[in-house]
Design a protein around this ligand. Sequence first.
Ligand code: ADP
Length: 935
Amino acid sequence: MRQYLDVKARYPDAIVFFRLGDFYEMFYEDAVYVSRALNLTLTTRDKGKEKEDAVPMCGVPYHAVRGYLNKLTELGHRIALCEQLEDPKVARGIVRRDVVRVVTPGVVLDEESLDPRAPSYVAAVAGDRRQGYGLAFLDVTTGHFRATEASTPEALLDELARAEPRELVLARRDRAGDPARDLSRMPADDEGLAAQIRRAYPRLVQTPVAEDSAFDPGELLAQALGAAFDAAELRARAPMAVAAAGRVLRYARATQPGAALPLGQLEVYRRADYLVIDEQARSHLELTESLLERRRTGTLLEVIDETRSAMGGRLLRRWLLFPLVDVARIRRRQDAVERLVNAHAARDSARQQLGDVADLERLVARAQLGVASPRDLVALGRSLARLPALAAALRAASAGEIGSVAPSEAAGAGGTGDSAGAAAGAAVSGVDLGDLGGDLAGELAERLVQTLRADAPAVTREGGFISPGVSAELDELNTIASGGRDTLGVIEARERERTGVGSLKVKYNSVFGYYIEITRAQLAHAQLPAEYQRKQTVANGERFVTPELAEYEAKILSADERRVALELEIFEGLRREVAAQSARLLDLAGRVAAADVLAGLAEVAHRSGYCRPVVDESGVIELADGRHPVVERLAAAGGFVPNDVRLDGDSEQMLIVTGPNMAGKSTLIRQVAQCVVLAQMGSFVPARRARIGVCDRVFTRVGAGDNLARGETTFLVEMRETAHILRYATPRSLVILDEIGRGTSTYDGVSIAWAVAEHLHDRVRAKTLFATHYHELCALADLHPRVRNVSVAAREWKGDIVFLRKLSPGGASRSFGIEVAKLAGLPPAVVERARTILKTLESDAAGQRGAVPRPAAPAATEMPQLGLFAGGGTAPIVTGVAPEVELGRSGPATDPAAAEVVAALRAIDPDELSPRAAWDLLTGLIKKLTPTPKD
Ligand code: ADP
């Protein structure tokens, strides 16, 4: 028990799994808690003792430990695995035990509980409101290590969200006696921050750690990362990032007392190095997770993921969440994708090789951490052996073929000479497998493949993973073991002769080893030699042992034991060899992953008809026949209607997109944002031709996606998100607004939407796509130079609505709400009643125009009077200004033409009109309202 208490004292914040034989045992409060949490039987250690002194205890079998670990980490706990460090059979006194590994929510090595296509980050924050914040992420399963800084808590939360860590380490003010498990009551160094993070991401496990003042993060990093790491420079440039990186490294190291962590170079990035995609945009654009079901299905990631390896899948996800802003870097990726698009055969061959490459990153990391199994190393060897062929395919793609292929339509048509970039650069950029592919990988692959048997098991317990010919001693031991078996055959034959029992058999069981079995029927005639010692009587015979058999058994067993030990020794040597090369291998793995991503993007572009966008600093966003990558995939073949969109800072800064519900407004504005993300990550985009002026941020305020988890009303969330956009957007940003203002009363809603649009137009000057069913907003275009109206057309036909999905200039004038309701299956009686009410409301509104409360307009002269219900059903769809505005301004009483029109409108029964008749009628009405020049 003293040994246990020592261990527990060193790991007070963890649950200690204490190995005793075939079980992991827990004691004291750990046992009480875990037995309750995992539904285990709670016993006591010394059953005889009085109740009060008895030590509570519970245990789990060692071979089933994985499931228990998973459950506990899911609950947010850390588990220290305390193993037996020597064989209890040979140990004198108490068996040596120590913690070999701490499993935490963010530091999980068990492949089966890891998502192969997502990172497994443990993160740390440092700093406070005054100094700014640092944030660092470390993936112990791949060695991937990054850090950044954020000046505000909001920025910090955004960065946290897009890295998607599984666990967050923060400092705790030392307060002795805190119950380790009660995380919610742990004070952090910035109490407000911890609470804020908890509110924003309730699922993220927070682990407060005690901070000691002597700890120097820069020094730790320098020592861990070696010569390439310039601690002083970095500390001057990004002190908070260094603090966070040091904190996370220290934490992760402590979880692996027995091994050095696999570590790639620390990448310290600035937020401005990447297109900023905050939490709202990430979820609204459904980049990696669908909005409603929070799944991968239906996301942009799913649609563009044609990678063949798990590490390619992870890298693609990173590229998607961190698109670039540097035009040169983006073009380099595009060049590589373009080459691979054009080089069909090379692409196919590269992807075929990649399909046979296992997760190099995680395999190398496992080798480094000393947990790789023989099977893992076989997979590593086989994968490395693929690399020369992969490198050859990539070379083929980057050489030769490009000259014969015309520059892509996009590059040519955009007229910026971007195609010149395609010819530059030697290899498929950034993925030159270089000498690593040649010597290191080749040598190591050969060693692994030669040393290990192809059918090596995942466990080392019974050996059987080292090939013959690797070690003379091992081969000899193997001969003894199998030779022993031959000898047994000889013994069997001899004993049959000697005893005259033809059916005598030499058998083996684990209770008394080798024995001779003679059936009951034969026993009577048998001449049993004196040394036969009766051991057991079974239903149809007797079992005997002999000294000779016992001797053989000992020999075989000891040969077997030595064989397993020797195999293990050779294997561990091999694993150390891999570990020693881990930095170079991880680097190589990163390049293979990049090749996979580029080839995958090329495959998507080829299959789905994407084009290479011209990426530049023009500030223009232009999509000719742009499509929504996800909706297009779900639509029937050819069923998706492409649309042209253009935005720029000078004349078309803001598009007000109107149209009935379900017309396709959201789809349109989201597809623009998704294309920007795709273009800036280096991908081709779903369009016939595209030009993307690099954006610094994408903002979205989409739908009424309530944030109930945060316990606030929809409207409040909506306004907070809108405020966030107004505050942080710049002229280089793209803003997507969908139906803002909907969460409140109509008048409030229109007024807010109006004011927000104006602010974005006049002050922020961000490129904005504003989808709304408030057609009143169309009037903005008359008052502001850089606002354009567009609408997604729909036509009414016999009381039903036909969606055309086609964007046309001008605002829509009505919402078709009732038709959509009908489409959705509202009972006919209700639909009819709604029509009647609408008519009454419309005529009331027309009658008392002056009395209709108006949105709080900035100034009466700036904003036309808005008749919310004016106009009714049949105004023309394609006009610059919504006609109801005109109607409203003049009023039926004063303008005879208008009065006539209103009367004509009243007389219409829309259900009776064909589209053609409606069109004729409309043209007639418009004519009435347009003053004809007098001749
Ligand atoms: P809105 O925002 O106008 O209410 P949505 O953008 O949600 O409409 O579109 C409604 C549905 O119409 C989408 O689910 C999609 O299936 C379909 N859709 C939208 N745009 C297109 C298009 N361009 N081509 C084909 N179908 C489309």
